[in-house]
Design a protein around this ligand. Structure first.
Ligand SMILES: Nc1ncnc2c1ncn2[C@@H]1O[C@H](COP(=O)(O)OP(=O)(O)OP(=O)(O)O)[C@@H](O)[C@H]1O
Ligand SMILES: [Mg+2]
Length: 507
């Protein structure tokens, strides 16, 4: 959920809760007002009755049956109210209710005394004898035996129960009437209006954040080299961010991100420059070293040929062999480093031409035939589909890649082993596979094979006893990437290795 949606939802919920709170408060206030006005009326009514009939206790004692009718007459025009004459213990002596009360029923005296006291009360809730256990608004007045005089003992109470229809009904009616009222509609309208206004405000306030997010996403997508206007100058990065000129927090944030991007771009440019110098240096060094190393190798080979028929030179030839091997290794390393430096250049361009890949595989197989024969390994070029597989490739580079793979396979194949070079069409891709029956690669090494200078734990080739420099597969991967393809290795220790290059084929 976006920040905008979260804020809008929060405001809406706040509005809703406020509306519910207002309705609940109105209901409670209404109920309290209802209780207070009922109590006020009941108290005034009892006061009038006691003033007009101060001898109620005596009347009840003398004429109990007529007294009940008399009480009924008093509440004739007060529906929902019942009058009770109580003794000082709360026992009902006479009542207007037709309902039979439980034997020995006594009204709780606490609320009766509270209501009968002279203290001003908002309202009193007491027992309703008709509904045992429920409480309702009650009023009470003390009665004496004879004339009410100060100091006379209380002989009983006149107790009035004002029972509402039902509490729930009451609330529902109050709610309905409240909602009907224009006041409540006005409250709801205000809440709705406030919510709409708040949503609009949120959208306005968070708009710069959305713009900033879009700008940062653009930098993430396009990289540090290009800013939103497409220019590459690092100094323009700050102005490219929206709302960077405002004085609020968004402006601060935009300026902070802008400064950070400027720093990153400057550092990135420095890094690129240094990387370029490094690559150029390695490339030049490789170029400069290649000729002397080739010349040294040639001299050493000539010397070796000269001493071939001189048995007394045997110890010298052994030294010569060591020197020759090291010179060749150094030449190979220099060549690999130079190639990688060249391939890593961002400006490097392939010299592509459409080629039948089966021919390329045949050529590489032929190139390695003599070495393979010396090692007792057979190199076979197989084309399962028996048809031309055309692809736009840089012939020289791709040959180099396949040669690296065959070189590896030869290094790790024991005499009697087989290396199979095959090409197949897989949809729009051409699959070049170099399969060997050599030593295989441990599963833990496979993910790291393409790291520069990485050599698996079996880096010393069992077939030739030679170790490499761990650059061959890195070069292959770079060449394949430049062609827009991918490289996959499958291997089983002790059984062999399959390396497959997937390249886009010609449509
Ligand atoms: N066909 C294979 N069979 C067994 N192991 C292999 C095979 N191909 C590659 N490897 C392992 O992968 C490692 C990396 O290979 P890579 O070609 O990158 O380097 P290298 O052959 O050691 O050196 P370089 O190619 O630079 O002379 C090798 O050291 C080897 O252990
Ligand atoms: Mg290699």
């Amino acid at each position: 959920m976006t920040v905008r949606a979260k804020i809008a939802l929060t405001i809406f919920l706040t509005g809703l809760l406020t509306a519910i709170g207002v309705v609940a408060t109105v209901l409670m206030a209404f109920q309290r007002f209802d209780h207070e006005s009922t109590y006020y009326r009941a108290d005034a009514f009892l006061k009038r009755v006691v003033m007009q009939h101060p001898d109620l206790m005596t009347m009840q004692q003398r004429f109990p049956e007529e007294f009940v009718n008399f009480l009924g007459g008093l509440v004739l025009y007060e529906p929902g109210t019942q009058l009770y004459l109580l003794d000082t213990e709360g026992k009902v002596l006479a009542t207007t209710t037709a309902q039979a009360l439980p034997a020995n029923y006594r009204v709780a005296l606490g609320p009766v005394r509270e209501a009968a006291s002279d203290q001003p009360m908002p309202y009193v809730m007491g027992d309703d004898p008709e509904q045992a256990g429920s409480r309702t608004v009650v009023a009470a007045k003390p009665l004496q035996r004879a004339v009410i005089l100060p100091g006379q003992p209380v002989a009983g109470y006149l107790y009035l129960v004002c029972r509402p229809r039902t509490l729930d009904e009451n609330r529902l009616a109050a709610l309905r009437s409240s909602l009907d009222r224009p006041g409540m509609l006005l409250i709801l309208g205000v809440v709705l209006l406030t919510t709409c206004f708040s949503v609009w405000m949120t959208a306005t306030v968070t708009r710069p954040l959305a713009r900033l997010t879009a700008a940062v996403s653009a930098v993430t997508r396009d990289g540090l080299e290009a800013n939103s206007s497409g220019a590459t100058a690092p100094s323009q990065a700050t102005t490219a961010l929206p709302d960077a000129h405002t004085r609020d927090e968004f402006g601060l944030l935009a300026r902070g991100i802008g400064t950070m991007l400027t720093t990153l771009r400057t550092q990135w440019a420095t890094l690129r420059r240094l990387d370029h110098f490094r690559r150029e240096g390695v490339s030049n060094l490789s170029h400069d070293l290649r000729s002397p190393l080739t010349a040294t190798t040639a001299c050493l080979e000539t010397l070796d040929m000269r001493w071939a028929n001189q048995p007394e030179r045997a110890p010298d030839r052994e030294l010569l062999a060591v020197a020759l091997r090291n010179t060749r290794n150094a030449a190979r390393l220099v060549q690999s480093l130079g190639d990688l430096a060249q391939l890593d250049e961002p400006e490097f361009k392939l010299r592509s031409g459409v080629l039948d890949l089966t021919e390329l595989m045949d050529d590489v197989a032929m190139r390695f035939a003599e070495r393979a024969q010396r090692q007792g390994v057979s190199v076979v070029s197989a084309n399962p589909d028996n048809c031309a597989v055309l692809a736009p490739v840089d012939i020289e580079l791709l040959e180099r890649a396949v040669a690296n793979l065959v070189d590896n396979a030869l290094k790790f194949c024991a005499p009697g082993g087989t290396i199979t070079l095959s090409v197949a069409c897989e949809g729009s891709m051409a699959a070049l596979c170099v399969r060997d029956t050599g030593a295989g690669i441990a599963a833990a090494d496979i993910p790291h094979l393409f790291d520069r200078f990485y050599q698996s734990r079996q880096s010393v080739a069992p077939a030739t006893g030679e170790g490499g420099k761990g650059l061959g597969l890195a070069i292959v991967k770079r060449i394949v990437e430049l062609h827009g393809g991918s490289i996959h290795v499958e291997s089983v220790l002790g059984q062999g290795t399959d390396v497959t290059l997937m390249l886009p084929a010609s449509g």
